[in-house]
Design a protein. Structure first.
Length: 388
């Protein structure tokens, strides 16, 4: 049987054994609703608050600034919608970038239909937002800027400290989608000029269906889910206490191992990038190199073939990869991120994202470098566009 190689960690990660062990008792022994006043509820509430403290400590925040959600998408929606609705009297102008996750872009589209004015900042050929462009775009009626920390497709790490300082100087709130960076890159919200920040547990070896939103003290939001009074009346719904406890443990482990893990994974990343560009003619790296790129991200475009063809052939060999965001994997449209950095539709269609994790090895990277050039050669031989 072919040994499987998983290179799609940007889409999701497995739940670590230590995290699962932490969660298991809360499915059976500690099952109460944390909003209940009896001992079963109080017991779980105590663990939920301990988890809030752990997550806050990992992010450099205060426990009361951490709000639990169902994941990154809800956190992004609550940050944008919640802030827009609560502060619409101050203005209705929101700024974001052209390469954000669809949880941001689609929320902005919906807000534009409700009377809000959205500006989409362009990016350069490596996916960076220009702070000077942001400074020029802020208006008297600008209330919120939302820029992701690290891009989920091409790995570009945005200059959020500089962008946040501009927002702070102009009195504009700053939201950061940190779904791809939490647990991977250092985050200290005591120092970063960030007012709202989204994370999702399943990106750092925690369970799916749980996330958090950092809301700096003094930031006003309106709830987008109505019901009970959970999370200071801002996020209705019974707490997913099992997921919350797993998320706290996963983030704690990720932060404690961050430096060593990044050193190992970035070496594998660079080995893979260099090997692909060397072995596959007319291929290009999308996004920057070095420490301005997520340590686990490789995104290449290969001319004259479709990304889906490469994915299918890799999958038949037991290698899991993607052609972009997992949330749009069923779409036939080229990646909006790749178009935004200046790629043509044809080249964008021939793109492949390989995202590494803590269990990947040099042998696995070498296996990909052995089989992918052969896959590309076979696909090109069938392509009417290739003249090689």
């Amino acid at each position: 049987m072919t040994e499987k190689i998983y290179l799609d960690h940007a889409a999701t990660t497995y739940v670590r054994k230590e995290v699962l062990a932490e969660m298991l008792p809360f499915f059976t022994e500690h099952f109460g609703n944390p909003m209940s006043v009896h001992s079963f509820g109080r017991d779980v509430a105590k663990h939920v608050e301990n988890s809030r403290e752990t997550i806050a400590e990992c992010l450099g925040a205060k426990p009361k600034e951490i709000m639990f959600t169902s994941g990154g998408t809800e956190s992004d929606n609550l940050a944008l919608r919640g802030f827009a609705y609560a502060n619409s009297k101050k203005g209705k102008h929101i700024i974001t970038s052209s390469i954000e996750h669809h949880a941001i872009l689609h929320t902005c589209e919906a807000l534009s239909k409700e009377g809000f004015d959205i500006t989409y900042l362009p990016v350069d050929s490596e996916g960076f937002v220009d702070p000077k462009e942001l400074e020029k775009t802020i208006r008297p009626d600008t209330i919120l800027v939302s820029i992701m920390h690290a891009n989920n497709e091409i790995g570009t790490i945005e200059p959020i400290e500089e962008l946040g300082e501009i927002c702070r100087q102009r009195g504009v709130a700053f939201h950061v989608d940190a779904v791809q960076s939490a647990g991977v890159l250092p985050l200290n919200l005591k120092e970063l000029p960030v007012d709202l920040l989204s994370i999702s547990a399943h990106k750092f070896y925690g369970p799916k269906g749980v996330g958090a939103l950092f809301v700096r003290n003094g930031i006003r939001l309106k709830p987008i889910l109505l019901g009970g009074g959970q999370e200071r009346n801002l996020r209705a719904g019974t707490h997913n206490h099992v997921g919350i406890i797993g998320m706290a443990k996963a983030l704690e482990l990720a932060v404690s191992e961050q430096q060593e893990a990044n050193l190992c994974i970035s070496k594998l990343r660079d080995r893979l990038i260099d090997g692909l560009l060397e072995k596959i003619p007319e291929s290009r790296l999308n996004g920057p190199r070095g420490n301005k790129r997520l340590p686990n991200n490789v995104n290449v475009s290969i001319k004259y073939i479709e990304g889906e063809g490469m994915l299918l052939h890799l999958d038949m060999l037991g290698i899991a990869a993607s052609s972009g965001s997992a949330c749009t994997s069923g779409s036939l449209d080229p990646s909006h991120v790749l178009l935004a950095i200046g790629l043509t539709h044809e080249i964008a269609h021939g793109s492949l994202r390989l995202s590494l994790g803590k269990e990947n090895t040099e042998a696995e990277i070498d296996k990909v470098l052995e089989v992918l050039p052969k896959i590309v050669a076979n696909l090109r031989a069938m392509s009417p566009l290739y003249q090689g």
